[in-house]
Design a protein around this ligand. Structure first.
Ligand code: MN
Length: 131
């Protein structure tokens, strides 16, 4: 795409992005940071997700791999094998199509940065495990 030649460096701040909520997703809220639906960007996308205390992003998988960086709070990285504790500055690499989830086990918000090798979050098809 020729427009990609015109991409520019973008510097922004988390506080300048609006929170997004969807009651179907419980009490989770998130912000897009780099996302082709908002920026002239491609190939990488990221955003911030907040899980209030007790909330969970259920086990799911998707075809792109993903990285989580924990910004604050305490939680459990859920997988079909074993769950692992995560806290501020924990990093998680999730391979393609591997089930994973996240649960806030602390008493403050659990805030993570996610990164996908996609143009935007919308193009990631989430497949949730049946309960
Ligand atoms: Mn995921």
């Amino acid at each position: 795409m020729k427009n990609r030649d015109k991409e520019k460096i973008v510097v922004s701040h988390l506080k300048d992005q609006a929170w997004i909520e969807d009651k179907k997703q419980g009490n989770l809220r998130w912000k897009y940071i780099a996302d082709s639906t908002q920026l002239m960007s491609h190939g990488l996308s990221c955003g911030v997700l907040v899980l209030p205390p007790g909330e969970e992003l259920p086990l799911h998988h998707h075809s792109p791999q993903e990285v989580y960086i924990i910004r604050q709070g305490e939680g459990l990285l859920l997988s079909s094998l074993s769950s692992k504790k995560v806290c501020k500055d924990s990093f998680v690499y999730i391979p393609k199509n591997v089930d994973h989830g996240l649960r806030n086990t602390g008493d403050e918000d659990l805030e993570i940065l996610w990164i996908f090798p996609t143009d935007c979050w919308e193009e990631v098809e989430y497949i949730f495990q049946k309960k």
